[in-house]
Design a protein around this ligand. Structure first.
Ligand SMILES: [Zn+2]
Length: 255
């Protein structure tokens, strides 16, 4: 029963994330007008606006102009619903569940916008960082202190990673928003989970970047957004960061 509720809530949040990803980079209002066809601007009827099901009901086409509506909309709703379910499975009904779904929602929106536009909007970075610090503040002084520390360390570490990567690659490796996204991650995750997030981001980013170059999908000098990799690292770390860190130390001591 709770799981069904969590999944429905996730799908609805995913529906809102679609609006954020589509409208925020264009400077449009998130609240007005209500959802409409991206081609002919016809408004959606309430049941056509139901996450995933509305798109299936329309068979992926606008009722009025018959033009296709991207399958990315129901996919984002599905992924968000799955994320909510995964976080609930990991944490149960708890504080950590709320943190995981909040951070995950910010990360998914930022990753998609970075894929679309190669930029991370400042408004989304600042609001996510503020929400993280507020969240830690609610939990008292040790957590707030750890959040601020995580924020500073994230900012510094990604500046250093970007500096090293640009020497290796012979071109600017990171965008200006990437260190701010690492600061956001640090505020939510704290140390040492932040380190797990950055490790996953650098590793997956390097593998995909090298793979892209080898297979010719990524031309020399062609920029690749790093935000989606930071988001992936953040998602892994919010669920298993502390556990992975402990295992790593146990392994080091055993070796
Ligand atoms: Zn239309």
């Amino acid at each position: 029963m709770t799981l069904a509720l969590v999944i429905v809530l996730g799908a609805c949040v995913g529906s809102f994330l679609n609006v954020v990803v589509y409208r925020l980079p264009q400077g449009l209002s998130l609240w007005h007008p209500p959802s409409h066809c991206p081609h002919c601007q016809s408004p959606l009827r309430p049941w056509e606006n139901v996450p995933v099901l509305g798109w299936l009901w329309l068979r992926g086409r606008c009722r009025y102009c018959q033009r296709p509506i991207s399958p990315r909309y129901p996919l984002v709703e599905l992924v968000t619903a799955l994320w909510f379910a995964l976080a609930w499975w990991r944490f149960g009904t708890s504080d950590s569940l709320v943190a995981a779904v909040l951070l995950g929602s910010w990360l998914l929106a930022l990753a998609l916008i970075d894929l679309d536009t190669l930029t991370l909007p400042d408004s989304l970075l600042k609001s996510g960082l503020a929400a993280g610090l507020l969240w830690q503040g609610i939990h008292g002084w040790p957590d707030f202190h750890a959040g601020v520390l995580g924020m500073v360390v994230g900012l510094w570490l990604l500046d250093i990673i970007g500096w090293v990567a640009s020497i290796v690659m012979g071109q600017p490796a990171l965008g200006g928003g990437d260190p701010k996204l690492a600061a956001l991650l640090g505020a939510w995750l704290q140390m040492p989970a932040l380190l797990v997030a950055l490790f996953v981001a650098v590793l997956t980013g390097a593998v995909v970047g090298l793979g892209g170059r080898v297979t010719g999908r990524l031309a020399a000098g062609q920029p690749m957004p790093f935000g989606p990799f930071l988001a992936l690292g953040g998602a892994v770390a919010v669920l298993w960061g502390a556990t992975l860190w402990e295992r790593y130390w146990q392994w080091l001591q055993a070796a």
